[in-house]
Design a protein around this ligand. Structure first.
Ligand code: CA
Length: 486
């Protein structure tokens, strides 16, 4: 019998069963079904949001009341790590695999052009997330979820867009890493080379702001999901460049005193305000639709805050600071890789903090486990569920590895390993080692590599073993390098 033929019969049988069931029993069954219902997942990812950019992480100029409230309703991770740039983290979140294992160590476009006259030629890196990778969206889609990706994709060309990786809905996702502008119609050729647009955001109004619009679309997904469990991956472009915000918000921060603040940039603060309002609106929508308690909410950033300059009224202003952490996006110092991470799950502890080191690769296993899916293990992540209920539950001892065989304004090609409180960085241009004790020196200012040479050597070996095991791609000497050419 074909599927088409069987459907009316099974529907009729269901109806018959329903009509012949006493009302009390029917209610009890409905309740039982509700209990078994898989939780929804809302994953809100910020772009380039730094570790200290939020109130709940110590920001004293930026304001983030809604995200701070999410932290009060969930668990805040103080030592959560991502890859140092966009695409690698996104690939790692979706697959649970380390970006170095996926050979995706730099943002998509960066894989096709490297700096010319540097001592090393950058390592090979894939432009696209391979179709054979099984993403968290594919797992949830197979389990009956409505899956929606709203915002930034940045994992390859059209043949690798979200629709090919398990998303029923894709609004805005392209191979580009940033919009030309945060204002409708979100297109043009003003800042980044070539014409860019954000698809799926038609019928906007002049003055409409991208973060608000993506939130409108996200709210629509929640409202239209009906009885299906949903996976909403809301990947905001904020607060990545171009640093553009709503005028009234910029004005508000322009008049807020900054004298001793970690942060000083009113436009960037205004971008974070909109991002925060987005989180507030999504939470409000979950409440309004009666699904807040059955929805897992994850909030994270894809890499450290961007510490470059941006013109503000003609005066260059530093975009952000990751203080007390060292450096920023691109670097393997803490400022480049330590990111905000908050998880709110029904029944889990509220308002707690976890100081144990965790990584974005852990989220795949953790989310799928919370959704009750089997075979949720991933190659490079562990299940964080136990710490969601008790943040003191010791996670299995492990080393965390980092690999950035590329150049960026904040770094030369580098690898790193964190074990316990110690972290070793290995710079590939000259094999230079730096060793820090993060418990005593969070700002990584006191290099212990010479005084703790044995430990440094052990960590270096462990790091190189890991690279070999996962076939990490390495930079190679540049035969055309000349120190005389600028
Ligand atoms: Ca980013």
């Amino acid at each position: 019998m074909s599927l088409n033929e069987s459907q009316p019969i099974s529907s009729a049988l269901c109806l018959l069963a329903f009509l012949s069931t006493p009302f009390g029993l029917r209610d009890a069954r409905a309740e039982e079904e509700n209990k078994k219902r898989q939780p929804n997942v809302v994953f809100i990812l910020a772009d380039d949001l730094g570790w200290s950019d939020l109130g709940c992480y110590g920001a004293d100029y930026h304001e983030s009341p809604c995200i701070d409230n999410l932290a009060r309703e969930g668990i805040l991770f103080r030592s959560a790590y991502a890859m140092p740039v966009c695409s690698p983290t996104r690939a790692a979140i979706l697959t649970g695999k380390h970006a170095a294992r996926l050979h995706m160590t730099i943002w998509s476009e960066g894989s096709r052009s490297g700096p010319r006259n540097r001592k090393l030629l950058q390592a090979n890196s894939n432009h696209d997330l391979a179709l054979e990778e099984i993403t968290i969206a594919e797992r949830l889609q197979s389990a009956g979820y409505l899956t929606a990706m709203i915002g930034k994709w940045h994992l390859g060309d059209a043949e690798h867009y979200p629709e090919t990786q398990g998303f029923d809905v894709n609004i805005g996702g392209t191979h580009w890493g940033a919009p030309q502008t945060f204002f409708w119609p979100y297109n043009g050729d003003q800042r980044f080379g070539g014409f860019r647009y954000v698809p799926g955001l038609h019928f906007g109004q002049p003055g409409e702001y991208l973060t608000d619009r993506l939130t409108d679309e996200a709210v629509r997904v929640i409202e239209r999901a009906g009885d299906r469990p949903f996976f909403l991956y809301l990947a905001h472009h904020a607060p990545h460049t171009p640093i553009e915000a709503k005028e009234a918000d910029i004005n508000y921060f322009r008049h807020k005193p900054t004298a001793n603040s970690i942060h000083q940039n009113p436009e960037y603060a205004a971008m974070i305000k909109s991002l925060d309002e987005s989180v507030g609106r999504v939470m409000e929508c979950l409440e309004k639709n009666g699904v807040a308690d059955e929805t897992i909410v994850v909030f994270a950033s894809d890499n450290g805050g961007y510490i470059g300059q941006d013109p503000f009224e003609g005066q260059p202003l530093t975009i952000t600071s990751n203080a007390p952490l060292r450096s920023g996006k691109g670097s393997l110092y803490e400022g480049g890789i330590r990111v905000p991470l908050i998880i709110r799950a029904s029944g889990a502890i509220k308002g707690a903090q976890c100081t144990q080191p965790v990584m974005v690769t852990d989220l795949y296993t953790t989310i799928l486990t919370l959704c009750g899916l089997e075979n949720a293990e991933s190659l490079d992540g562990i299940n964080l569920t136990p710490v969601l209920f008790d943040p003191e539950t010791p996670l299995e001892p492990r080393a965390l590895f980092f690999h950035y065989p590329h150049y960026y304004p904040t770094t030369t090609p580098v690898g790193a390993i964190r074990m316990g409180d110690y972290k070793l960085l290995e710079y590939f241009e000259d094999d230079r080692l730096e060793l820090y004790d993060l418990a005593a020196d969070l700002g990584e200012s006191n290099n212990l590599a010479a005084t703790h040479a044995d430990l440094a050597d052990r960590l270096r070996l462990r790091l190189s073993d890991w690279r070999q095991k996962i076939d990490a791609q390495m930079p190679t000497p540049n035969p055309d390098f000349s120190s005389k050419v600028k």
